[in-house]
Write a protein that binds this ligand. Structure first.
Ligand code: SF4
Length: 344
């Protein structure tokens, strides 16, 4: 295979498995990496017009009841930790609406086998508060029945997350020992049965070095099989003293950005974004590598102390709840990167 021929081909059609592996193996130098990123940006521009939208997100809406917790995850490790009260979630949704941001996600932990009653209560409260024109993505593990998701759809929920992080079953079992791969797979198909769009995610730097590129390619293509797939986020492994994987090497931004770029070459017009573990500065590199077209800019969360140094300062806090607004930084980044943000 010739590097430049492959890049020419993937401008016109989705990358194949063999080409994706070839591109991971042949973009370790800065020069090749930059050529890869330029191709990914060209695909993004052709497919999406490079127009971006701000989104919001409310975290810790449900506790995680997986035992053990995932080995890379710093959430829910303190004994006295509670999820955000429903009133605070509704207040967060009001804040987004006030700021003109009508699309947001609710993220929380997993209760395997749950019917999803708690999610129903949260979404019902948001809509009963009159916030009926908001597009909501629910990302709370593989933990809802088809009936629950049908009800969410009837209320106007937009999409549901089924996030694998990695689809190598052996590595999945090791890094997510309390989770269940088959249930997640079933859940991903149940989202389609309920008639909803699906979001998923891959974590860069999570698997062993020896099979890392193969694992990226398999994860990308395994997730691509879902016809209702609408968005994929790429998070970036970041060690924290509280997690069992505290001495696992942090994923470099260059490697994570290459995963973003190759995801763009496969998923084309879908929403490919950066997620947890990317600093504000590193997110610019994600955009240069082809990420888009939503920009997570308004965040509501409980005060937490993990990932010190990578988290942006809170814009303001109320009752132990932090609000972050990164729109100014993102507008500056958009100008630098030559992309357009459609506000309102
Ligand atoms: S399911 Fe999510 S919240 Fe729960 S331990 Fe795993 S990554 Fe953390």
């Amino acid at each position: 295979m010739n590097f430049h021929d492959v890049l020419d081909s993937v401008l016109k059609r989705p990358v194949t498995r063999e080409e994706a592996l070839f591109l991971f193996q042949n973009t370790e130098t800065e020069e090749k990496r930059n050529s890869l990123f330029a191709a990914a940006r060209a695909v993004r521009k052709a497919e999406t017009g490079d127009v971006y939208h701000f989104t919001g997100g409310i975290a810790s809406v449900l506790p995680c009841r997986l035992r053990p917790l995932c080995n890379y995850c710093p959430y829910w490790r303190k004994k006295d930790q509670n999820p955000l009260p429903v009133e605070a979630i509704v207040a967060g949704a009001r804040y987004f609406r006030r700021e003109g941001v009508k699309k947001f996600h609710l993220s929380g932990g997993t209760t395997l086998g749950s019917e999803g009653q708690e999610v129903l209560e949260i979404v019902r409260s948001i809509y009963e508060a009159g916030l009926t024109d908001m597009k909501i993505n629910v990302n709370c593990g593989a933990a809802m029945s088809v009936e629950t998701m049908e009800q969410l759809k009837a209320w106007g929920v937009d999409s549901i997350g089924a996030v694998f992080e990695i689809t190598n079953r052996e590595v999945f079992r090791k890094v997510k020992p309390g989770d269940d791969f088959d249930k997640k797979m079933q859940f991903a198909w149940d989202i389609q049965k309920a008639g909803l769009a699906m979001g998923s995610g891959i974590m860069a730097g999570l698997g062993p070095k020896e099979t890392r590129y193969e694992d990226y390619v398999n994860s990308l293509f395994d997730i691509a099989q879902f016809p209702h797939l609408a968005s994929v986020y790429i998070s970036k492994f970041t060690p924290d003293p509280a997690i069992p994987m505290h001495d696992w090497e942090a994923c470099s931004v260059e490697e994570a950005a290459r995963l973003v770029a190759i995801a763009r070459l496969l998923y084309r017009s879908l929403n490919v974004t950066t997620a947890a573990g990317w600093t504000e500065q590193e997110q610019n590199q994600g955009i240069r590598a082809g990420a888009g077209n939503s920009l997570f800019a308004l965040a509501v969360n409980l005060k937490v102390d993990y990932w010190q140094g990578t988290r942006q300062q809170a814009s303001f806090s109320e009752d132990n709840i932090e609000y972050r607004d990164s729109r100014p930084a993102k507008r500056a980044m958009a100008e630098q990167c030559g992309i357009t943000i459609a506000e309102g």
